[in-house]
Design a binder for this molecule. Structure first.
Ligand SMILES: Nc1nc2c(ncn2[C@@H]2O[C@H](COP(=O)(O)OP(=O)(O)OP(=O)(O)O)[C@@H](O)[C@H]2O)c(=O)[nH]1
Ligand SMILES: [Zn+2]
Length: 211
């Protein structure tokens, strides 16, 4: 178990979370050790010896999005002479339900229509944007809207549509225990909102592909 200093008060001038702060791994490890003790585990047994530090490293990964501005991935655009829909579909999604701190997992589908300048972003940046908002304690609706707003406000496209489908382990493994339930959320902006035909075309791509 990592050493902790019980007397140390957190410095109020040093942010413990938020941009620039990073994950305080020693503090997470201490909390995990306390959690294991509180659920009645034997924290001295071999299998748990490295668990607090291991879980702390995991939180550095799964909460990484708290410590970056995901919009940074949208800074570079390039000329593609393309002013019609671009969709990145079936992006694997792993996030943490902020109510229970268990994962929700599924796919994100992200579409946008560039504005008249025909400039686009790299396709991988769409997936990086989704990761940035997923890697933090989240609810699915906010995640969906954050991805849509980031694209809408950064690229000024003619339209944005984000659809997220996910299974929440808090609904599957505990509580109501409805494994296999999928929650679908969407956020539509611009042309996808005002034009039924455009939205339907996007939905067709999401559900059936372009074939
Ligand atoms: N809208 C929304 N709800 C979520 C999300 N993730 C989890 N929830 C729900 O958050 C709610 C929290 O409800 P509470 O009554 O405070 O907690 P609880 O007693 O653990 O609820 P149960 O899960 O019904 O046992 C539950 O209904 C969850 O299904 C999400 O991303 N979006
Ligand atoms: Zn939950």
């Amino acid at each position: 178990m990592p050493a902790t200093d019980d007397d140390a008060e957190p410095d109020p001038d040093v942010p413990l979370a938020g941009p620039g702060a990073g994950v305080d791994e020693a503090r997470v490890a201490a909390a995990v050790a306390e959690l294991l003790a509180a659920i009645g585990e034997d924290t001295d047994r071999d299998g748990l010896a490295d668990t607090p530090a291991r879980v702390a490293r995991m939180w550095t990964e799964v909460a990484a999005g708290l410590h970056e501005d995901p919009r940074r991935h949208l800074k570079v655009t390039f000329e593609a002479d393309h002013d019609e829909m671009v969709m990145v579909r079936d992006i694997p999604l792993y996030s943490m339900c902020e109510h229970h701190l268990v994962p929700f997992t599924g796919q994100a589908h992200v579409a946008y229509i560039p504005n008249d300048d025909g400039r686009v972003i790299g396709l991988s940046k769409v997936a990086r944007l989704v990761d940035g908002y997923a890697r933090r304690p989240q609810v699915q609706e906010r995640l969906t809207a954050q991805v849509a707003d980031a694209l809408s406000e950064t690229l000024d496209p003619r339209g944005v549509m984000v659809v997220v489908e996910a299974e929440h382990l808090c609904m599957s493994m505990r509580g109501v225990q409805k494994a296999g339930t999928t929650t679908v959320t969407s956020a539509v902006r611009g042309l996808f909102r005002s034009s039924v035909a455009t939205r339907q075309e996007a939905m067709r791509f999401i559900t059936r592909g372009a074939r």
